[in-house]
Design a protein around this ligand. Structure first.
Ligand SMILES: [Zn+2]
Ligand SMILES: [Zn+2]
Length: 311
């Protein structure tokens, strides 16, 4: 995988020679893949007694709903205003995003707006580049960007970063309902699994796979946008930070891993631009537009893209 070399005006800020160190490079792949492979290895072991098609179906449905709630809702709509949404869609997106258990909506949006305001510089809540560029510093940076940052007790200033959401009573209700929505997200599949199989065991396996495992996978995929998509990958667009495009994560992240274009043009409803850049969130936004639920969808013009392209 190419690491890409910033050029021109960006060169003065560039630290890309250090990306070629093999130790942090390998560590990123180890952290990103080994736990996932362990999980995949557990599937055949559990199949038939601790995992059923019902569990798989519930997990996939919950994954898609909660992930799109974050990518289309929390991220592209609430954080960046990539389109306008009717009230029903707005509330549904806020609830769906809360089911991903990544924090209440106002905290999520405030942290993410702060990330863009200070991307990969002092003040960014989750940049992997804050500790230096030695191999040890990059391992620490990866951990911090991926999940270490969520353990910080300092909360992003909502009055500064999300005054619009503080003034929105619908968002306020969903924000305050976060605990209830978390319980629903984890135990809702258990209730369905128990009722369909009419057994406590069916409730247990649905809770484990469609509740716990599904939330863990959505967490790691979402966090990978903060860690992997600021460390390794392609940089075809002129972003003022170290964001990258990572094709491998395009489908599980619902298009969010085209993260270099996103930082170059944050209000665009589409992050995947160009041939083969699958962006499921952008397709969903287009579907909402055709249904009349979303309007004023922002998409970059060819002229703008020509300006943003690095080559
Ligand atoms: Zn970013
Ligand atoms: Zn963003």
């Amino acid at each position: 995988m190419s690491t890409g070399h910033p050029d021109g005006a960006v060169a003065a800020r560039s630290l890309s020679d250090h990306q070629r160190h093999i130790v942090p490079h390998v560590m990123v792949y180890v952290f990103a893949t080994v736990p996932a492979l362990a999980l995949v290895a557990a599937v055949p072991l559990a199949w038939g007694w601790g995992l059923s098609w019902l569990d798989v179906g519930l997990a996939v449905v919950m994954y898609v709903i909660s992930m799109l709630g974050v990518t289309v809702g929390f991220h592209r709509y609430f954080t960046h205003g990539a389109f306008r949404a009717r009230r029903g869609l707005r509330i549904a997106l806020a609830i769906a995003g809360s089911l991903a258990v990544q924090g209440p909506i106002r905290h999520w949006v405030a942290d993410h707006r702060r990330h863009h305001a200070h991307a990969d510089a002092e003040g960014d809540p989750h940049s992997p580049w804050l500790f230096g560029t030695t191999p040890a510093a990059l391992v620490r940076g990866f951990w911090h960007a991926h999940m270490g940052w969520i353990f910080e007790r300092e909360m992003t200033n909502q009055r500064r970063f999300v005054p619009d959401l503080l003034a929105d009573p619908d968002v306020g209700r969903v924000h305050r309902a976060f605990t209830v929505l978390t319980i629903a997200s984890l135990f809702g599949p258990a209730v369905i699994g128990g009722l369909v199989t009419m057994s406590w065991w069916g409730a247990c396996t649905a809770f484990f796979w469609a509740g716990l495992v599904r939330v863990a996978v959505t967490h790691h995929v979402a966090w990978s946008t903060n860690s992997i998509c600021h460390m390794v990958g392609e940089r075809p667009w002129r972003a003022r930070d170290r964001s990258t495009n990572v094709w491998l994560l395009a489908i599980p992240s619902m298009g969010e891993s085209w993260h270099n274009l996103h930082h170059a043009d944050p209000t665009s409803a589409r992050h995947g631009i160009g041939r083969g850049q699958i962006d499921i969130s952008a397709w969903v936004i287009a579907a909402f537009e055709r249904l009349g639920w979303a309007t004023d969808v922002r998409r970059p013009t060819p002229e703008r893209l020509a300006k943003l392209a690095r080559t």
